[in-house]
Ligand binder design. Structure first.
Ligand code: SF4
Ligand code: SF4
Ligand code: SF4
Length: 438
């Protein structure tokens, strides 16, 4: 994976869409954009929801950070401990929002040169953080997709758990926890500083398998279970960084869903587009759309959802506090909408992959398609089929969302049903529009 990562970063270096070629088309024909934004990103969303943090198993950034952490130790560098606010994910929310802004404003996802800078930036940051801060600090406090994976992946079917509690209680070695094992090459005690025998959530476990290798009584297991397993612990209220992340991503996902249906897109972007036109700000129109999508619109949406959740209260603080109770159950619906968009994107971009293998820079392919010398690849699935699957996903999402809310707050969950229904109807309507409303 590290080799693929570096190859993409090298190939994309300094490449922009050629003159006369639409950058939207070029994004699909250039192998860097195609693989990072068209194939890997949607796949990661699907994998996270279905299998938890399975991407972390093979992530090259963890490898780089681990490598520099070892080098720093060898060199006798006095490494820092990750601070509490970084551990909370506060910086990750900011990085995630910045990436979405760069996508909207600078078209990060359409320009190979920017994608390359992004990849080099990730590699460099992982290396530096690993060097100066110990104990998997990059994953725990800096990784831009860390919160996405930990929030979407909670109900994932793949999990690392201890088998028998009795074996752990009588275990004298405790190799999965002992600090002296932390620097081993293989069979380390948990590098994320978790307590493997007590693991009861997918939230922070990177499925790295170190505790499984470390456990001499062979009691740690990698298991495949049904989704949203009831034995996992549920937090009654999400932390503020997670809540803000879900708010931001709900806006992003609404915008992305609307982008598949022209009418919905023009309604969604009516306000920012008119603002841009009225003040003649077309040169920064993309940035304004970005601020609308991940800032203003989600705040308006969550204000309405909060009022619905706390309808018998006229106190604004109660409305805002209700966001923390809504965040994790609503994240299930948001992630199902994200999967629907991911499917639409993946199936319409994957046809470009054979062309990208023959012409990695994508210039000839893009020019050929523009001049109609090459036929544009057809999507793998028709939009009406994708629309049906998308609706099935969000309907499944509302079921699990209500179930999650009930397991987290059995006494009060029924008071917050309305926001879930509003969000699912909104998403289902937009997805229905993709295939069935012209
Ligand atoms: S948390 Fe981020 S950097 Fe760490 S393994 Fe997972 S995806 Fe990679
Ligand atoms: S997981 Fe294994 S090593 Fe850790 S306490 Fe249990 S039996 Fe011991
Ligand atoms: S060592 Fe075990 S508990 Fe810790 S992150 Fe890896 S798989 Fe998860």
């Amino acid at each position: 994976m590290l080799a693929v990562f570096i190859s993409l970063a090298v190939i994309g270096c300094g490449h922009f869409a050629p003159e006369g070629v639409n950058d939207k088309l070029y994004a699909k024909t250039n192998i860097v954009n195609l693989m990072v934004w068209g194939l890997w990103w949607p796949s990661m969303v699907w994998l996270a929801v279905l299998f938890g943090r399975v991407w972390c198993m093979v992530c090259p950034l963890e490898l780089v950070a681990n490598g520099t952490e070892r080098v720093a130790r060898r060199l006798g560098v006095k490494q820092l401990v990750l601070g509490k606010w970084l551990r909370s994910g506060a910086l990750i929310v900011g990085i995630y929002a910045l990436i979405q802004l760069l996508v909207a404003g600078a078209h990060l996802h359409r320009v190979p040169a920017y994608t390359s800078l992004f990849l080099w930036g990730l590699l460099g940051t992982a290396g530096l953080v690993g060097f100066f801060i110990k104990d998997r600090a990059f994953c725990r406090g800096f990784c831009p997709v860390g919160l996405l994976l930990s929030t979407y992946g909670r109900g994932g079917m793949l999990a690392v758990r201890a088998g028998s509690g009795r074996i752990c209680n009588t275990c004298t070695g405790k190799d999965c926890i002992m600090a002296c094992n932390r620097t081993k090459l293989s069979g380390r005690s948990c590098p994320s500083l978790l307590n493997p025998p007590k693991l009861n959530s997918n939230r922070d476990c990177l499925v790295c398998g170190q505790c499984i290798k470390a456990c001499k009584p062979d009691n740690m297991q990698l298991i495949l279970r049904r989704p949203f397993h009831p034995s996992d612990v549920r937090e009654p209220a999400a932390s503020w960084p997670v809540t803000i992340f879900v708010i931001i991503v709900s806006g992003f996902v609404t915008g992305e869903l609307c982008s598949e249906w022209k009418t919905a897109q023009s309604v969604f972007l009516w306000l920012p587009d008119h603002f841009t036109e009225y003040f003649s700000l077309s040169s920064v129109g993309g940035w304004i759309e970005g601020v609308w999508m991940i800032g203003i619109y989600p705040l308006l949406l969550w204000f309405v959802l909060g009022i619905l959740a706390a309808f018998n209260s006229d106190n604004a603080f109660v409305v805002i506090r209700s966001w923390r109770f809504l965040a994790l159950p609503l994240a299930v619906i948001v992630s199902s909408g994200h999967m629907a968009k991911g499917l639409a994107k993946f199936t319409s971009w994957i046809g470009f992959f054979p062309h990208a293998l023959k012409d990695p820079m994508g210039i000839m392919t893009a020019s050929g398609i523009s001049s109609k010398a090459i036929q544009q690849p057809v999507p793998l699935l028709s939009i009406s089929v994708v629309s049906l699957i998308g609706m099935a996903l969000v309907i499944t999402g509302i079921y699990f969302s209500i179930r999650e809310a009930r397991l987290a707050n059995p006494e009060t969950y029924h008071q917050r049903l309305a926001p879930k229904l509003v969000l699912v109807v909104l998403f289902a309507f937009i997805i229905f529009g993709w295939g069935y409303i012209k």
